[in-house]
Structures are given as structure tokens and as C-alpha cells.
Design a protein around this ligand. Structure first.
Ligand code: M6R
Length: 622
């Protein structure tokens, strides 16, 4: 995934674009580039390998590039290694010459993947085009140039013909040197938004890049295009017919998307979890009643007659599904399956009309989750999206959407969005269970009260973060780590392990505790770090036995359990306690120390936890 920014107005474009890119660097960060077009049609392109800071330094924070209309890009390589030549923007001329006076130049940036780029490359080569980079983007820009020359230098015709010709996913932002002060954008399966304020227009692949300037944004839909001039945007369908679009008001403010005094977004977002959870619960519970079904307009008869729920997601959102499987089956007594979206989409799943498919996604743009949603919709069953980013593709395409109110999540490793997703799933379990008469009213009120107590209990855990920090520094040189647990604790272990490995680069695995002895225990040796998660009282003794098995082989044990289970100290070398809570909801508390552990190990190793290597915040390619 990459980040796109654009600006046309009366101010110098470069510094606005660089500022916007800095808010999108979480989307990709192996190289960056900027192109500015001045009123005479002269284009200047500057690119740099590595972090955005290199481009900022190279352009004197943008001051070295003059012009009021420009586009920028921060890249996460898919086709072609990270390098200056492969960085975007790409140009239609035969070299990536960084300063160009060419007539009729087409200059563009692109997010996504052009799947049939080799075939198009061959066709363009036959027409005399030469290529300077290894990217699919250069080919796309040259294809636009080809149609631009063929269709009377008409930008919209050129872009629409290219859209019909290419296969894959894209958000594109293009300038034509014949049209100074104008930017053209188009999308298929990759987000792009346009914000207007007075006589200025802003373009971005995500809201934080332009929030400082405007809260009014237009979301481009699939197979749509826009022509953007100073303070104006006109929208077109693929036939180049003008269409109307509604403006969306973004409720976040720019400050919410900034670090606010924290050293890293990840720590800021860990600490924002009480609020993210409280805001999400408050949107679902009114006067101690869960209103989720009313909010989503889901009929009670439909809930009563549900055959099966399938939760589909990727990464941490899939871990929410893993915990959700236990919680929904325990509380609502409905059969639940959990599927990795990347598997689900290719395995001809058996979906019945009275099944409910729930897609969970922070970004709402994950390519596999979006494809899984589309597949589910084709089967005619009802689809529900649990999504954080308003107006994202998954949110717009699902039959119903339940928004988590976590606010903008910038760190690549999810924390607050994960927590907001978890409480959404718990609320759904209680709401559905009550409607299905799986428990009585007293139990219903008990569940609601327990849900409402979660934010305060998360706060309590956060007050003691220094203890985890101490442990993290001590164990930051670990070579391997194993997270073990049973049932819901296995689901928590999956998330703890992913957080740990993605931010610390230490090899880590999550194992269902009872499964360890079927092979993996051979990896335990002196001082191997094993973290046992024990929040479920009926499984406590079983997991303790598995921890003892590891200790006998030399493991160093950390136990994570509820206050009161003090006898764990006979077994574990270091123990973290969490407040008591209805055990079905324990994941919301147990995950907090594990997030802190991952963060502190990362920082103590000198890693930037906000931008782990090889990762991007939202995976818009499969
Ligand atoms: O935006 P999504 O929730 O659909 O993203 C899914 C995963 O890529 C994501 O949860 C990923 O695993 C996390 N960044 C890990 O911290």
C-alpha cells in the first residue's frame, strides 16, 4: 500500500504535499516522490529512496520546487525494488529525467497493482515506447499517454480508456502538462478522497493527510474519475458522463491524527484505548440496553432464525474473529466459523441464505477482506461490516455497517481499533443472545454492566505500564517467544504474538496450549520465553500444566492472569495480573499488557514501532 497526496490552489504546492505525505507515511515508506506543474506547463519531479525525510531534505522542505499544482507519493514496493528510479511519480517520456520541459507530458502516481502490465508493456513497446523503471505504474502512465495522443489530448478519455484496458486495483492521480493547475484522479479498489476549501483542492488516499485543511471530503467510487481544479471537483463515470457526488463531513480533527506529545503513535493509541472502547460501547448501548440491532435495522426474527455466522478478516481483525467465535457461541448460542479472508475468497465456501457474514476491518480497504465480502454478497446472504474508517470500500459495500469509534489509527500495529472491534463483537453476542433467548434478563443486565466496566479496567492496567516496561527491557534480547493459552486465551495469544513479532522482529508463535506437545515443544530450551495466558478459570489448571512442561525444558515463564490467581507464582517467573471481568470479555484486558510488552521491546531494540519493516498499515493488494 502506498500514499497519494495532491494539491491545486494559490499556495506553493510542494510543502503542502510533503506535509500530507508525512501523515501517510504509515501506508508505505521505502521511497517517495513529488511532481509540481507550474502555470507554464513546466514539470519538476524529485524523488528519493528511503524515508520521506530524505525527500524533505532534498527539496528544502518543498521550498526548492515552485508551482501551485502538484502530486506526491510515498511508496511501498510491489513491482520493482525500492529505488529512486522506481519511486513515483512516473512520466510518459522515455527517461525519468527529473526535470522536464517536454510538451504533452503525462505525470502520475498510483496505488495498487496493474496485473496485466506485462501484456500492456509489450503493446506499448510495439508503439515505440521505452521504459526506464521496473514498475507497473510507469506502464500505466504510458498507457494513459498512448490514449491521450489517440483521443485528441482529452485527459478524461485517456484515463477512461486506460481503466477499461487494465486489470487490477488502482487509485491514480495524474497531471497533464497541457492542463496546468488541473489534477485528474480515478479509482478501482483503492481509496482516494478529494477535499475542497475555498479556492484550494486537496487529494489524498486517506483522511489524515488533508484534515488540517478541510473536513469536507468526497469519496471517489470504483470506476469513477474526477477533474480537480482550484477549489472545484467534477466527477465522471467511466463513460466520461458527469455525475453528482455527496460531500461527507469528517468528524475527526487534525489533532486527533497527531502524536500529541507521545514519542510514538503506537503508545498514543495504546493509551487511547479506554476512550476508543467507551466511545464504541456508547454508540451501541443506550440506557443500559444494547441497541445494535435497531441501529443496524436488523430484524429480530432474522436473528432468531440465523443458521450460522461466518467472520472473515485478516491479521489482527481475524484474531478478533477467533475470540468472537468462542464468545458468540458461548453467549448467543449460534454456530460461528472464522475464516482468513485470503483463504475464504478462493475456496468456494458453502454459504446459505440465512447465514450472516461479518467482515471485520480497521481500514475497510484490505483487498482480501473486500473480495471476501463481494463473494459473500454474491451468495445472497446478509453481510455486516465492522469497520473503523468511515466511507471505506468495505463500509460502503456491506449490507450493514457497524462503525468502531476508535478514531484515526496511524501506527501500523493495530491496538485501539482491535480493542474497539472486540467490544463490538461482544455487544453483538449479548444482543443476539438476548433476542434468541439464550439467557434471562438478569444475565443480560449483568453482561451490559460488565461491558460498560471495560474502559475503566483498561485504564487501571495502563497505570501500571512501568512494570511491563521493566520486563520488556530485560527480555528484549530474546531469540524466540511462545504465547500459549486455551480457548479465548488462545485467541489472545494469537494477537499478543503478532504484536510482539511485528514490532520487535523477534520470532514468536502462538500455540493452543494443549497442542504444544504435538511437536512445537521441541523448540523450548534454556531461557526460551513462554508467555502463558490464563484468564479462563475452567482452563486454568490445564494451561498451568502446559507451562510446567515448558519450564521443565528450561523455559522462562511469564504468566498473565486475573487478580486472585496468586498461586500462579509457584510456576511463573514473572506474573502480570488483570482486573476481574466476565471471562468472555477477558480478551479486552489481557491484550493490553501484551501490546505494552511488544511496544517496549521494540523501543528498547531501537526499532520504530510505528513503522515496522516490510509492513504497511492497510494491505490493498492480495
Ligand atoms: O485494515 P484491516 O483491519 O483489514 O487490516 C487487517 C490486517 O492487515 C491488520 O489487522 C494487521 O494484521 C495489523 N496491522 C497488525 O497489527
Amino acid at each position: 500500500m502506498c500514499g497519494i497526496v495532491g494539491y491545486t490552489g494559490n499556495l506553493q504546492a510542494a510543502s503542502i504535499i510533503l506535509d500530507g505525505l508525512s501523515k501517510l507515511e504509515y501506508r508505505g515508506y521505502d521511497s517517495a516522490g513529488i511532481a509540481v506543474l507550474n502555470e507554464k506547463g513546466h514539470t519538476e519531479v524529485v524523488k528519493a529512496k528511503g524515508r520521506l525525510q530524505n525527500l524533505i531534505d532534498k527539496t528544502d522542505s518543498g521550498k526548492a520546487i515552485k508551482g501551485t499544482c502538484g502530486i506526491g507519493h510515498t511508496r511501498w514496493a510491489t513491482h520493482g525494488e525500492p529505488s529512486q528510479i522506481n519511486a513515483h511519480p512516473h512520466v510518459s517520456s522515455n527517461s525519468s529525467d527529473i526535470s522536464s520541459d517536454n510538451n504533452s507530458e503525462v505525470i502520475g502516481v498510483h496505488n495498487g497493482i496493474i496485473e496485466n502490465y506485462l501484456e500492456i508493456k509489450e503493446k506499448l513497446a510495439n508503439s515505440g515506447y521505452q521504459f526506464y523503471s521496473q514498475t507497473d505504474t510507469e506502464i500505466l502512465i504510458k498507457l494513459i499517454d498512448y490514449y491521450y495522443n489517440k483521443y485528441d489530448h482529452n485527459p478524461l478519455s485517456a484515463i477512461s480508456h486506460s481503466m477499461i484496458r487494465v486489470k487490477g486495483s488502482y487509485a491514480i492521480e495524474v497531471m497533464f502538462s497541457d492542463y496546468p493547475e488541473e489534477i485528474y484522479v480515478a479509482r478501482k479498489d483503492s481509496p482516494i478522497i478529494i477535499g475542497l476549501k475555498d479556492d484550494a483542492s486537496f487529494i489524498a488516499s486517506d483522511v489524515p493527510a488533508i484534515l488540517k485543511y478541510t473536513n469536507s471530503v468526497y469519496y471517489l467510487d470504483n470506476m469513477e474519475m474526477a477533474r480537480i481544479t482550484k477549489g472545484h471537483a467534477q466527477f465522471y463515470n467511466i463513460d466520461c458522463k458527469e455525475i453528482e457526488k455527496e460531500v461527507t463531513q469528517i468528524q475527526w480533527d487534525a489533532q486527533t491524527a497527531e502524536k500529541g506529545g507521545y514519542q510514538h503513535f503506537m503508545m498514543k493509541e495504546i493509551c487511547e484505548q479506554p476512550k476508543a472502547v467507551r466511545d464504541t460501547l456508547n454508540s451501541l448501548i443506550k440506557d443500559n440496553q444494547i441497541i445494535l440491532n435497531e441501529k443496524l435495522n436488523i430484524d429480530s426474527e432474522y436473528i432468531k432464525n440465523l443458521n450460522k455466522i461466518t467472520i472473515v478478516a485478516c491479521g489482527s481483525a481475524w484474531h478478533v474473529g477467533m475470540i468472537g467465535q468462542y464468545v458468540i457461541e458461548n453467549i448467543a448460542k449460534v454456530e460461528v466459523r472464522v475464516e482468513l479472508a485470503s483463504e475464504f475468497r478462493y475456496r468456494n465456501p458453502l454459504i446459505k441464505k440465512d447465514d450472516l457474514i461479518i467482515v471485520i476491518s480497521q481500514s475497510g480497504e484490505t483487498a482480501d477482506s473486500l473480495a471476501a465480502l463481494r463473494l459473500a454478497k454474491q451468495s445472497g446472504c446478509h453481510t455486516l461490516a465492522i469497520v473503523n474508517v468511515v466511507g471505506s470500500s468495505i463500509a460502503r459495500e456491506a449490507d450493514n455497517v457497524l462503525y468502531t469509534l476508535a478514531g484515526p489509527e496511524i501506527a501500523v500495529a493495530t491496538t485501539k481499533a482491535y480493542s474497539a472491534q472486540l467490544v463490538s463483537i461482544y455487544s453483538l453476542a449479548v444482543c443476539f443472545g438476548y433476542i434468541r433467548e439464550a439467557f434471562d434478563e438478569d444475565k443480560y443486565h449483568y453482561y451490559v454492566n460488565e461491558l460498560l466496566s471495560i474502559p475503566e479496567k483498561i485504564d487501571k492496567i495502563l497505570e501500571n505500564k512501568e512494570r511491563i516496561q521493566w520486563f520488556a527491557f530485560k527480555y528484549s534480547n530474546a531469540r524466540d517467544a511462545f504465547f500459549i493459552g486455551r480457548g479465548i486465551d488462545y485467541g489472545i495469544s494469537l494477537e499478543g504474538s503478532l504484536k510482539f513479532k511485528e514490532t520487535s522482529y523477534i520470532h514468536s508463535e502462538a500455540y493452543a496450549a494443549g497442542e504444544l506437545k504435538h511437536g512445537t515443544i521441541s523448540l523450548i530450551e534454556d531461557n526460551t520465553l513462554v508467555i502463558g495466558v490464563l484468564t479462563q478459570s475452567h482452563l486454568y489448571k490445564k494451561t498451568i500444566s502446559n507451562m510446567v512442561e515448558c519450564k521443565t525444558r528450561g523455559a522462562y515463564l511469564m504468566g498473565l492472569t486475573n487478580y486472585g490467581n496468586y498461586q500462579i507464582e509457584d510456576t511463573s517467573d514473572f506474573t502480570v495480573y488483570i482486573p476481574k471481568l466476565e471471562e468472555n470479555f477477558a480478551g479486552s484486558l489481557a491484550v493490553i499488557p501484551l501490546q505494552l510488552l511488544a511496544y517496549y521491546v521494540s523501543v528498547s531494540k531501537g526499532i520504530d514501532p510505528d513503522k515496522p519493516r516490510n509492513l504497511a498499515k492497510s494491505v490493498t493488494v492480495e
